[in-house]
Design a protein around this ligand. Sequence first.
Ligand SMILES: Cc1ncc(COP(=O)(O)O)c(C=O)c1O
Length: 381
Amino acid sequence: MGGQELALTGNDLIQLAKPNITDKTIDRVVQILKSGHLVQGEQVRRFETCLREYLDANHAVLVSSGTAALHLSLIALNIGPGDEVIVPAFTFPATANAVELVGAKPVLVDIGLRDFCIDAQKIEAKITSKTKAIMPVHEFGQPADMENIASIAALHNLKIIEDAACALGAEINGKMIGSFGELACFSFHPRKAITTGEGGGVATQDEEIANRLRIMRNHGIVAEKGIVDFVAAGLNYRMTDFQAALGYEQLASFDDIIAKRLEAAGIYDDLLSSIGWIQLPEKINGRKMVYQSYHVMIDATMSRDRVMASLKKSGIESNIGAYALNRLSIYRKKYNLKDVDFPNAVDAFTRGMVLPMGNHVGFKEIQSIAAALQKAGKRRR
Ligand SMILES: Cc1ncc(COP(=O)(O)O)c(C=O)c1O
């Protein structure tokens, strides 16, 4: 690369993700910590109201993680042993793990390689008399094909739980992700656009479901006129008040957070377009992607793992995108799953890679990443 290459020292490491927490937000969290009100309380209610309004949902219920959101959603729909739930074969394992945890069977459907989300055309072949729900994942912040998925669900009387862990703010034809099914689950893990450290949320239009979620996240407690009763064997999936204050402050400036991600994605598109062995994320008509990750596919003639190792040497963090669930011991062994049935999931698992994304990634950083990728391309020759 000669003089063009930007040298990166250990201090300049470009992280995959970096929480965007302002001094104002930190001051607010300190205030809550000093107040002594730490567990679920006023701040959780405030963040819930803000989230509900943002999503245009009737109810938002905050919980301790995205995984807790998925688990509680399945519980709220009374899904359990003997039931089947359709999930994409390529996702973070929490999607299918939640189904296992309620004693139901996750039934894998392959993904499409344009959006890396469940292939709606392949869902019906997997529906049986035991199928109760479809759990589409909006992978990397790209909306799944919700219009077709909703039609299939309606035709077969199935519930939809959107795994929107990565997709707060994404839209399809102006309609918010999170409003296509009975329930939608979000994550506030530090890799996401808004973070509360750990945290999650569920959105629903249905009051009865919202009540069940609230009872089950809080030990099965119902309190009426000051009298506490335990009506179910619940969990403790509550978010703390200081986490909620963190989330509330970030949601207030969420439009700016998303705009910065879209801008970074545009710069990536420009600077990486000349590298022939990298396939860039696709823009799909009508779908607003929010780039939880900037996910690329590495040409089959290259080793994705070697590219990642080369980036690391240049001080750039990267990671695989998500997992082909059929390759994980738990699912491969339990359900005797074979690669041949999930070719796209396996392809994405072996060739996919995510690059740094967030407020800390601007033109200068992406220039360094593009240069490091060029260098990685030369190393293979
Ligand atoms: C698609 C998907 N679902 C669920 C989760 C689980 O969320 P959490 O880490 O908040 O439990 C993640 C986390 O990365 C995810 O990417």
